[in-house]
Design a protein around this ligand. Structure first.
Ligand code: ADE
Length: 224
């Protein structure tokens, strides 16, 4: 898989993708990640990439020229082009799973008030938001989406089982609470059932606690 991130801040996008599991996946050749500065495709002598809004309004918008030029240079027939924007579909594990099957992704990061709508109409396959809040720029969102996709690539996580019981594998249930040693920490004890060795009881306990936690933190997942 190859992921190209188009942004005004390539360092912001790359920093969180240059450590730990994602860096190892890159080193192992599971994914090639590149971050490019959209300014490099500006033909303006000041390397400008933004302009004022047609019809008036506060702020600046990214202009189409440099974005079209960058995408036309980088895209291939199989490329999926994704725009990071708070106006997009909300990113979920199911979308990460679907995108992890792609050969080539271009993640286009908005800045200022967003991008000229002709970019979206002509080039973009999917508008994606990482949540209902506004970031200063889409490079942070692109790093989040890239991380969630790359960890799903076969071989990225050492232990394949770790995909299975985590939250959002069952999209309607959060994970149960988890404990490690010591069994007694400052008088706070690990629930006895977890050290009982009784597997059926442990599974039942985990299901109950998962439901309890989901009800407390994410009742929307239960339709409540
Ligand atoms: N750019 C700014 N805010 C964003 C968000 N919530 N998701 C994706 N891109 C963004």
């Amino acid at each position: 898989m190859r992921i190209d991130i188009l942004t005004l801040f390539p360092e912001i996008a790359l920093a969180p993708l240059s450590e730990s599991i994602i860096q190892r996946a890159r080193a192992a050749g599971l994914v090639e990640i590149h971050a490019h500065n959209i300014r490099d495709w500006s033909t303006d002598k000041h390397r400008r990439t933004d302009d004022t809004l047609c019809g008036g309004g506060q702020g600046m918008l990214m202009m189409p020229g440099p974005i079209f030029a960058a995408i036309e240079e980088l895209r291939r027939p199989e490329t999926k082009i994704i725009l990071m924007t708070p106006q997009g579909r909300v990113f979920k594990q199911a979308i990460a799973r679907e995108l992890s099957e792609a050969q080539h992704l271009i993640l286009l990061c908005g800045h200022y008030e967003g991008v000229d709508h002709r970019v979206i109409e002509s080039l973009v396959d999917l508008e994606l938001s990482i949540g209902d809040y506004v970031l200063t720029n889409g490079a942070i969102a692109a790093a989040v989406v890239t991380d969630a996709i790359v960890r799903l690539l076969p071989g990225a996580l050492g232990d394949e089982r770790s995909h299975q019981d985590e939250s959002f594998s069952d999209p309607n249930l959060l994970e149960a609470p988890a404990y490690t040693r010591p069994i007694d920490f400052r008088g706070m004890k690990v629930p006895e059932v977890l050290t009982s060795g009784h597997h059926a009881k442990i599974i039942k306990w985990k299901q109950e606690k998962a439901l309890e936690r989901t009800r407390a933190n994410r009742p929307d997942l239960l339709g409540e």
